[in-house]
Design a protein around this ligand. Structure first.
Ligand code: ME8
Length: 512
């Protein structure tokens, strides 16, 4: 039985079209999913849309349409965009789907049966832009505005069902402290533990004044609070509480919930509490990445300060999808905040063209010119410089494995690039152009050509999860077909001597 890997993105609010932030998380999750598939793991990658809540109702009212129409319209846009960006998700869950709604009611029923839910009344502050209840102190500290978007908080006063979050707080704290890999990166753990230590209240989990949502099973006058509804998607999509639980049994607990840092609290406190309440295992890890910012604030739909799909499409049309993926993932250590910069994008594109593309082109062209396009075998003794490059190649699999395990996506992007850079250095130092002029050095030329080809081959294989199109195209130029082969097989074998290479085409053609 192969190892399993389950990864999720947040389910996004379809109250506005996707933007750079959504593309970032989804592309990062896609690279992780592709890596785990390439190493042969039984992988499941989930994304979707979070269609209930006050935010959806308000946007629909502004547009003078029903929330359901807004949800249908924009969920379709999200699906279309993921197709355009060639996202390899296995399922797309919408919280308005029947499979989700019945399972959420079942989850709430279980919590009720467990004595975790009681009726009370709520009076306090609500951040509608984040769909979040805010304590009096937090509200005061931020001048009664949202800490994330700066929008004014709203005062709520209504009867509500409460979930006994207080019952689980110390268990969650203990879990976080005992499992250092649960919250990643490590630097984010403290903010959750200190907030937990400061004390939590029970959580209001229903709204009597809202109609757009999943009804409370025992009291249809209330709808279920959108975060309980939303978080449950991670198991309802697997068929939890459905007739066929095989997916749930196969993939739960999740390996990585990939999220933006503003929703860490929900994923590491509310969600584990619900899971404890229904007797399910906790996620293996929650990874919170940083924000794309603009003018020092998070890019968001609420603020309208984001890089939109029009700009993203322009870039993809001109420079290719893989260039965008590479730029996004290597722009900063995964977990830190980032700021879009056209100059940095051009630098990243230049790096792909001048380091990776150029390396491949040199190798294919030299083998074409000097050996009629047929890969020569290594001849005679290896030299120190050959052994140096071979050692780097041999290290790639382990280094990439570690970087992907730790979700260090910037390393995952840089490692294969650095191998290509080292290969260029090797070509410069061994000077095949000079060797070709001396018939006595034909054997040495064979060796240099072979080793250069093996090195760029491995760089391309290492790039498969991040440059899924360009890496396959480059490997085709080396005469390699990757279909049906896993990463270990590809990295652990050489391009065989005698192999006929393909045409040498620039992998990242110059853009005027
Ligand atoms: O929060 N930088 O949905 P949402 C980086 N429905 N990532 C960003 C970003 C930015 N500026 N802006 C958005 C919700 N994202 C809830 C989630 S999950 C059970 C429910 C990404 O549409 C990032 O992943 O506001 C962030 O967490 C998510 O989009 C928020 O999307």
């Amino acid at each position: 039985m192969s190892k399993r890997f389950y990864i999720t993105t947040p389910i996004y609010y379809p109250n506005g079209e996707p933007h750079l932030g959504h593309c970032y998380t989804t592309i990062a999750a896609d690279a992780l999913a592709r890596y785990h598939r390439w190493v042969g793991e039984d992988t499941f990658f989930l994304t979707g849309t979070d269609e209930h809540g006050i935010k959806m109702v308000k946007t629909a009212a502004d547009l003078k349409i029903e929330p359901s129409e807004l949800a249908d319209r924009v969920a379709a846009v999200f699906q279309e965009v993921w197709k355009e960006l060639d996202i390899s998700h296995d399922d797309f869950i919408r919280t308005t789907q029947g499979r989700h709604k019945t399972a959420v009611q079942e989850i709430v029923r279980k919590l009720q049966a467990n004595g975790d839910i009681y009726l009370g009344s709520y009076e306090g502050w609500y951040d509608e832009s984040q769909e979040e209840f805010v304590t009096e102190t937090e509200a005061k500290n931020h001048e009664f505005k949202s800490a994330v978007t700066g929008r004014g908080l709203v005062r709520y006063k209504e009867p509500t069902y409460f979930f006994r979050l207080t019952k689980y707080a110390s268990k969650i704290l203990e879990h976080i402290e005992r499992n250092p890999g649960f919250i990643r990166p490590e630097s984010r753990r403290n903010e959750v533990t200190s907030k937990l230590k400061a004390g939590v209240d029970d959580l209001s989990i229903s709204r009597a004044t809202l109609k757009w949502g999943i009804p409370m099973p025992n009291d249809p006058g209330h709808v279920i609070y959108v975060w309980i509804d939303a978080l449950s998607n991670y198991i309802t999509a697997l068929g939890y509480a459905a007739g066929d639980r095989s997916r749930f049994e196969r993939y739960w607990p999740v390996d990585v919930h990939l999220i933006g840092k503003e929703i860490l609290w929900f994923h590491t406190v509310y969600w584990p509490a619900v899971l404890m309440g229904i007797g399910a295992e906790l996620p293996k890890s929650v990874f919170a990445h940083g924000w794309w910012t603009s003018g020092g604030r998070k890019m968001s739909k609420t603020l309208g300060n984001f890089i939109d799909m029009e700009k993203i499409r322009g870039i993809v049309g001109k420079y290719g999808l893989d260039s965008l993926r590479y730029y996004l993932l290597r722009a900063a250590p995964f977990g830190s905040d980032l700021d879009w910069n056209d100059g940095d994008f051009m630098k990243a594109f230049g790096e792909l063209a001048n380091v990776l593309g150029n390396c491949l082109n040199r190798v294919v062209k030299m083998i074409g010119r000097y050996r009629g396009g047929v890969l020569p075998a290594v001849v005679g003794e290896l030299e120190e410089i050959d052994r140096g490059l071979l050692a780097r190649m041999a290290g790639l699999e382990g280094e990439l494995g570690k970087a992907y395990e730790n979700c260090e996506l910037h390393h995952c992007a840089v490692l294969p690039l650095e191998l290509a850079r080292a290969t260029n250095g090797y070509i410069e130092s061994t000077a095949p152009f000079g060797l070709a002029k001396d018939p006595a050095k034909a054997g040495r030329l064979d060796t240099v050509l072979n080793i250069s080809a093996q090195a760029v081959y491995r760089a391309l294989v290492g790039f498969l999860p991040i440059l899924p199109h360009k890496a396959v195209e480059g490997l085709r130029q080396l005469g390699v077909d990757v279909s049906g082969k896993d990463m270990a097989e590809l990295l652990g074998s050489d391009v065989p001597a005698g192999q006929k290479l393909g045409e040498g085409q620039p992998l990242f053609p110059r853009v005027e």
